[in-house]
Design a protein around this ligand. Structure first.
Ligand code: AKG
Ligand code: FE2
Length: 334
């Protein structure tokens, strides 16, 4: 099948240098309306910072499972280490994964507020913090462009996200050849939408990330050289009555000759202030119509989604997302 699915590339260098360029606003708005994923270039993140992040990820996940398990925290904290198969992201949508707790990604979460830092590797904390600062700067540059695109006051996102409960989730997708059953339908991370305003994703160029297009087909997506992949989350869809897309995605690395190639990513979630009330912007509600979503605070929305993915019960509030997953042709890619 010939597909015209493309993740657009937008250069934000003008906004990074403080210039409110209109062309950038139009390009980003179009990407948000039609795909919900965008390749961001001109973001200004120094190569040393990205290299440091990759080093930190390699150093931490390269340790034994026993060593890593020392950094497990209670699920309610959303911090520290999550071993493989401890979360099932499709539960955040109310969709049963084929087998419960099937996702084999392992992760390490840090974020604003109190954190747990591993003692090894010793450079982990400064390397990860340097990337966290850069990712937050990029997210805030993006929300300035969003404000222009949405026709809201320039300080709109400062008000709903000036004290944002940002989280960085570093993911490692790796299975030893012996751990792979022949014919198994393995999922690195189950299908889900992100919860917040916007996600700034660093990933290496190993295949695995798939994005559900409006054609209902899963498409492979890799970051372009030097680009950060950015996608919208549910809060942006709620603000715009689904005019901006919180696009479904998953990680399903190809199995070649009984092995998968190890893959790494780091997702920075810019979610908004916990107590910010998210209501659809009036200009996105059709004349005489009602918004698709009820007002909700950021904290309430995230709690409902996390309860689904980490504690193993379905999120019954996610009926609309679940319908999209079930409508997609399973496993079909370009
Ligand atoms: O590993 C990836 O590329 C995607 C990760 C992701 O979707 C997430 O952490 O929410
Ligand atoms: Fe995601």
């Amino acid at each position: 099948m010939v597909s015209d699915f493309v993740v657009p590339t937008v250069d934000i260098s003008a906004w990074v240098s403080g210039e409110r360029d209109e062309q950038t606003v139009r390009e980003l708005d179009l990407a948000c309306r039609t795909v919900g994923f965008v390749q961001i270039v001109g973001h200004g993140v120094p190569a040393e910072v990205t290299d440091g992040l990759a080093d930190a990820i390699d150093g931490f996940f390269g340790q034994s499972l026993e060593a890593k398990k020392r950094w497990i925290r209670p699920a309610s904290e959303n911090r520290g280490y999550s071993p493989p198969k401890s979360e099932s992201l499709s539960y955040s949508l109310g969709v049963d994964p084929v087998a419960r707790m099937n996702d084999y990604f392992e992760a390490y979460n840090i974020g604003v507020g109190k954190n747990t830092w591993p003692d090894e590797p010793t450079a982990f904390r400064p390397q990860v913090e340097a990337h966290f600062r850069e990712a937050r700067r990029v997210a805030e540059t993006l929300t300035s462009i969003f404000a222009a695109a949405l026709g809201v006051e320039p300080d709109f996102f400062d008000r709903i996200a000036g004290n944002s409960i940002d989280v960085l989730r570093m993911n490692n997708y790796a299975l030893e050849p012996g751990e792979i059953e022949p014919g198994a339908d393995l999922t690195g991370m189950g299908e889900h939408t992100d919860f917040g305003i916007v996600t700034v994703l660093w990933a290496d160029q190993v295949a695995g990330l798939q994005v559900l297009g409006t054609d209902n087909v899963w498409h492979d997506v890799q970051p372009a050289d030097g680009a950060l992949l950015v996608n919208l989350g549910d809060i942006s869809a709620r603000l715009t009555n689904d005019v901006w897309m919180s696009t479904l995605h998953r990680v399903k690395p190809p199995i070649v000759g009984g092995t998968i190639e190890r893959r790494r990513s780091a997702a920075f979630f810019h979610d908004g202030n916990g107590d910010a009330l998210i209501e659809t912007l009036p200009r996105f509600v059709p004349e005489g119509g009602v918004p698709l979503y009820e007002p909700i605070t950021v904290a309430e929305h995230i709690a409902a989604k996390l309860a689904g993915s980490r504690e193993g019960h379905k999120n019954t509030g996610a009926v609309r997302d679940a319908a999209r997953v079930l409508a997609a042709s399973p496993g079909v890619t370009r």
